[in-house]
Design a protein around this ligand. Structure first.
Ligand SMILES: [Zn+2]
Length: 351
């Protein structure tokens, strides 16, 4: 087949470009518009991660500088990439032959953990927020610190979900993960987290956590960072092991890509940049996965989640696999861009 459409849920390219004063079109990192030309279409959540710095004030100030820098990059290369806020805008970008950039925040310190600043973030185009990075903050504990969701964290979650901002549980503590599941009214994602049963790392998801993400209609994104794949130097085989484990838990339609590109220094052997995704596709196809399964993994599942996030939870379907009042958004195998139409609303039980 021709090269696949790739929708990756997490990279640190926006932060790297800002710090290194480099260009989105072509740079020394793992993600660029030049590299993306080797794909059949490219959508990417660009994360603003400011938490490598010290205090929350520094993080918010850095975000205030990083965002306009990246917006200027999008404007400079408007012929090649468009800001996307919905699945429909992503499909429009692909149809026009452009890449699609979704914006996310990794670590709510960027907006001072303030629920009152979410409306502004939404207006700026932010469509996903990872509550914490590896530090605890006013909202929750991280996978390194362990605390649950605070009262402020609960308010933040409710407000974000009301707006339609997707909540990302990567980096979150186990306790905060379950606190969040309890109050979640929308699908949640782990944008860049693998399976803990396959690689014992606190950044990875337990089987129970992955099951909860599936029931809420979300996705886990395969992270290509070696430390989260294997305790040995990683290979495509390790990516396969994580994917296969998630699928063995009934996770078809709930696994996505979350490469963590430009945020990690060791990738699986044979994978060097976003342009390596077609090679991963071919490897996985060689393992016997259908085109439908791989299309879902490479783009369909994450597009689905974005669509679901704009809808309310359907009360009559609470707790079931189809509790959203619409049918899932699908890319059929081999579909051309022009046939990627959204499915109609389907739940007749919504009151
Ligand atoms: Zn991360």
């Amino acid at each position: 087949m021709t090269n696949p459409i790739v929708f990756d849920g997490h990279c640190d390219t926006a932060a790297e470009l800002f710090r290194k004063h480099e260009e989105l079109a072509d740079n020394t990192g793992m993600v660029s518009l030049k590299l993306a030309r080797q794909l059949g279409g490219y959508l990417q959540f660009y994360a603003f991660c400011t938490c490598w710095q010290n205090g929350p004030e520094t993080a918010a100030a850095e975000y205030q500088a990083m965002l306009p820098f990246f917006q200027a990059q999008l404007a400079r290369y408007a012929g090649q990439i468009s800001l996307c806020r919905t699945a429909d805008e992503a499909l429009a970008a692909l149809s026009a032959g452009r890449c699609g950039a979704f914006l996310s925040i990794e670590g709510a310190e960027s907006i001072s953990c303030d629920p009152g600043l979410l409306d502004e973030a939404w207006a700026q185009g932010i469509r996903m927020i990872t509550l914490t990075w590896n530090h605890r903050n006013a909202l929750a504990g991280s996978c390194r610190t362990g605390e649950g969701l605070s009262a402020q964290g609960r308010e933040f979650v409710r407000r974000a979900q009301k707006l339609g901002i997707l909540l990302d549980v990567s980096h979150l503590s186990d306790r905060a993960f379950w606190d969040l599941c309890e109050i979640s009214e929308k699908p949640i994602v782990a944008s860049h987290s693998n399976s803990r049963a396959v690689c014992a790392n606190a950044r990875n998801l337990t089987d129970e956590q992955f099951g909860a993400i599936c029931r809420l209609g979300g996705t886990a994104g395969l992270n290509l960072y070696r430390d989260f794949l294997s305790d040995k130097p990683a290979a495509f085989e390790d990516v396969y092991r994580h994917l296969d484990h998630f699928l063995s838990l009934g996770g078809e339609g709930h696994v996505a890509l979350g490469g963590d590109l430009d945020g990690c220094d060791e990738l699986p052997e044979g994978f060097s940049s976003v342009a390596s995704y077609p090679a991963l596709w071919r490897y996985l196809a060689g393992k016997g996965y259908s085109e439908q399964t791989l299309t879902s993994l490479f783009s369909g599942a994450l597009l689905d989640v974005l669509r679901k996030c704009l809808y309310k939870r359907c009360r009559s379907h609470a707790g079931t696999a189809s509790f959203y009042r619409f049918s899932c958004f699908k890319i059929s195998p081999g579909a051309s861009i022009s046939t990627l139409a959204p499915a109609a609303s389907s739940c007749s039980r919504e009151r």
